[in-house]
Design a protein around this ligand. Structure first.
Ligand SMILES: NC(=O)c1ccc[n+]([C@@H]2O[C@H](COP(=O)([O-])OP(=O)(O)OC[C@H]3O[C@@H](n4cnc5c(N)ncnc54)[C@H](O)[C@@H]3O)[C@@H](O)[C@H]2O)c1
Length: 251
């Protein structure tokens, strides 16, 4: 079904696009008229999940690799002639309690969930400046604002993503670029669907914690990304947008 074409003429790049939030966002952005560079790991299922979508080109790269940021920017420029919307979304929720946290795990999570965001944004900045109305959207978490058991590296990284977002907003506003961070609650995706199905008490906990009474779906986050990517959000910048069904509002 054709969308409302809210992104007609726009060029977007989405990382972590083979599954979950990234996949739903590529599908929605393409339906809304955008041309999209979709990134995921070599060996991921990206060809099967979004390979057939018109006006989508795929870049198979690990976002933590040294050459990944330039490859994403180059693909946008070569395939579509520029970039208007960057969605930094690839991430992991790997974790361990602090007293069991290895340096290797810490480095892996920080490099993927935080450092890749600044590296990819830096590489795409010249194209976003040229756009004149660039959009940087990054996937944080409710844990960009709160702590979590066994989630030190994730929590630190996702706090960092919100901090980076605020600095992007301050530094890049002069180029017409906005930067915002989406803070998802419990969403059923590749990193959570096994836990939710294998541990009903975990799933029930998050369902009950959200006043709207359900788990989130990838489309809930894609819809927020669409708003932030659209002209409607031209005056929204530096924001952490909780998309969690109200889960973090009560005590
Ligand atoms: N699912 C949730 O409840 C939830 C909550 C808060 C935040 N998030 C965040 O949402 C983002 C998307 O995750 P999701 O929940 O959709 O999970 P997902 O597993 O469904 O999708 C993540 C995608 O990122 C890809 N990826 C992983 N490492 C990569 C790398 N090094 N380079 C390129 N691609 C890589 C994976 O292959 C996968 O396709 C992540 O940043 C995650 O931290 C998710």
């Amino acid at each position: 079904m054709a969308g409302t074409q809210r992104l007609e003429g726009k060029i977007a790049a989405v990382t972590g696009a083979a599954d979950g939030i990234g996949k739903a966002t590529v599908e929605l952005f393409a339906r809304e008229g955008a041309r999209v560079v979709a990134n995921d790991l070599p060996g991921s299922k990206i060809d099967e999940t979004i390979g057939g979508i018109e006006n989508v080109v795929i870049v198979k790269k690990d976002v933590t690799d040294a050459d990944a940021p330039a490859a994403i920017a180059k693909a946008a420029e070569e395939a579509f002639g520029g970039l208007d919307i960057l969605f930094n979304n690839a991430g992991t929720a790997a974790g361990a309690p602090v007293d069991e946290l290895s340096d290797e795990l810490w480095d892996h999570v920080v490099s993927l969930d935080l450092t890749s965001v600044v590296r990819i944004t830096r590489a795409c900045l010249p194209l976003l400046k040229k756009s004149g109305a660039g959009r940087i959207i990054s996937t944080g978490s409710v844990m960009s604002s709160f702590g979590g058991q066994g989630m030190a590296a994730y929590t630190a990284s996702k706090h960092g993503v919100l901090g980076l977002t605020r600095t992007f907003a301050v530094e890049f506003g002069q180029y017409g670029i906005t930067a915002n961070c989406i803070q998802p609650g419990a969403i059923v995706t590749g990193i959570t669907r096994d836990v939710f199905s294998e541990d009903p008490s975990f799933s029930e906990y998050w369902k009950n914690k959200a006043p709207v009474g359900r788990l989130g779906q990838p489309e809930d986050i894609a819809n927020a990304a669409l708003f932030l990517a659209s002209d409607d959000a031209a005056f929204v910048s530096g924001v952490g947008l909780l998309v969690d069904g109200g889960a973090m509002q009560g005590i």
